[in-house]
Design a protein around this ligand. Structure first.
Ligand code: NAG
Ligand code: NAG
Ligand code: NAG
Length: 454
């Protein structure tokens, strides 16, 4: 899921300092060095490829057209796809704690939860957060400097001077037509630590979404989004002030049965908890795009297939002066989207190298599909990305070939056709790797180790 950047969301250092410099933690024992949250796949059945594709495409095409029409003064909206292939984290909000399940999204900053104003005899079917059942819930006042951190389409109307207690309204629009609208608020969030003690983070800022509509908010087991983006209001940035500006995760292969559990680690990182020795990591710099401060950009230098480097101009991967282009890592997008010239070349090389028969019928939405029913272990070309910092990402073929039907595998890459677009490394491509986002050192670490750490 990708958040659209905006120039008017630039925040002064003073404001960030003012907001988040107060220590907000209380624990029964000294704070641990990291927080560990289980990451679960939304549904034990993998999404059908066409579901994944339509959700991603709907999101990306709208996102790109929005960029094209409004650039460089972009409206602040977030573009999320909730269709399929998502990873969820549960959070305990409020006093006493209420459990909510949120989509883990490195492509957006705001964490928001679907809220209900219900006070008594609330429907047990409701999957919302109930602020009236919490004694620690506190909406921000519209005059509060924190209120300036969240988008609202009508800035002037946000603070109604005729009313004394005007709460901070926000509004997010998603490219699939969904919107969330509510109050930017503070709440206590409680975590179980590995030492089985409870840890409370007392001033977690999030959106309490009272008016939500569209496909993104209609899922029965999804209560909102956990923003893990690079901006100051993201979950990882807020908690990073306590645990260090670092987080890591491993997205397990959800086609495995039984579905494995993996973890989102805030702070510490895969190496600091002793799970993965530092030496096992490869590192690539995290790049900044001032026009999209939310995203984690990495630099692709070249693409290698079976040890042969493809002839793709480096400009294909560059971020241009208008902030277009580049490559982002997004846990909220399923498939991988590559700039069209690179995609075409990769496709051509795959078509030439793969000797397997093609299925009788084409598969809608995919350019290269193979009939693998005749071979138990089909040999597929090795795709590798040479990244900045002299590291190489060589995922196994199951990260870029998906089963679309019995005995049929398709290349799970898509072209980015819009000039205002950017390449996206989706969550399928990230499967089975531990990724460590280290903001202090501005680098991304990745390794095949550490995914099955208990
Ligand atoms: C402010 O609130 C008053 C009273 O609720 C309402 O009549 C008015 O339309 C509001 N103004 C704006 C700009 O929203
Ligand atoms: C902590 O763990 C216990 C036991 O697994 C569970 O019952 C409780 O709901 C958890 N609480 C939070 C806040 O995670
Ligand atoms: C794949 O090939 C086998 C035989 O080689 C054939 O029976 C089957 O129908 C093919 N499947 C598709 C989807 O084309």
């Amino acid at each position: 899921m990708a958040f659209i950047s905006s120039s008017h969301l630039s925040i002064s250092i003073f404001l960030i300092f003012f907001l988040f410099s107060i220590p907000h933690f209380s624990a029964e024992t000294p704070s641990p060095h990291y927080l560990k949250l289980p990451l679960l796949h939304k549904n034990p059945n993998p999404p059908t490829p066409s579901e994944a594709l339509s959700a991603d495409n709907r999101r990306l095409s709208t996102l790109f057209s929005a960029l094209r029409h409004h650039h460089p003064k972009l409206p602040v909206t977030s573009a999320a796809s909730f269709g399929s292939g998502q990873y969820l984290v549960s959070l305990h909000l409020g006093t006493p704690p209420q459990r909510v399940s949120l989509i883990a999204d490195t492509g957006s900053d705001l964490t928001w939860v679907s809220c209900s104003a219900c006070r008594r005899r609330c429907s047990p079917r409701a999957t919302s957060f109930f602020p009236r059942h919490s004694v620690s819930f506190q909406p921000y006042h519209c005059y509060d400097s924190a209120c300036g951190l969240v988008p609202h389409p009508k800035k002037a109307a946000r603070c109604n001077h005729t009313r004394l207690h005007s709460t901070c309204r926000y509004e997010y629009s998603y490219s699939d037509g969904s919107t969330t609208n509510g109050f930017f608020s503070r709440e206590t969030t409680t975590f179980n630590t590995s030492a089985a003690t409870l840890l409370k983070f007392q001033r977690f800022s999030f959106g309490c979404g009272f008016w939500n509509s569209g496909p993104s908010v209609s899922g029965p087991s999804i209560n909102g989004v956990l923003g893990l983006g690079r901006g100051p209001i993201s979950f990882s940035s807020q908690l990073g002030r306590e645990f260090g500006h670092k987080f890591s995760y491993c997205l397990m292969d959800y086609s495995l049965s039984p579905p494995p559990t993996s973890y989102l680690l805030i702070g510490g990182g895969g190496s600091a908890n002793g799970a993965v020795p530092k030496a096992k990591f490869s590192y690539t710099p995290l790049l900044k795009n001032p026009l999209s401060p939310t995203f984690y950009y990495i630099g692709i230098e070249s693409v290698i297939i079976n040890d042969v480097k493809l002839r793709i101009s480096p400009s294909v991967w560059a971020i241009d002066e208008f902030g277009n282009g580049g490559t982002v890592l997004d846990s909220g997008t399923t498939l991988t989207f590559l700039a069209e010239p690179a995609y075409r070349r990769i496709l051509a090389v795959f078509e030439r190298l793969v000797k397997l028969p093609r299925p009788a019928e084409p598969t809608v939405g995919f350019d290269l599909c193979l009939n693998v029913s005749g071979s138990a272990l089909p040999s597929l070309p090795q795709l590798s990305f040479q990244l900045g910092g002299d590291s190489v990402f060589s995922p196994p073929p199951r990260n870029y070939f998906i089963d679309t039907s019995d005995g049929v595998k398709c290349l799970a890459l898509q072209p980015v056709t819009s000039v205002a677009g950017f390449s996206v490394i989706g969550n399928l491509m990230q499967q089975g790797y531990t990724f460590e986002f280290d903001m202090d050192r501005s680098r991304l670490g990745f390794t095949r180790h550490g995914c099955t750490v208990p």
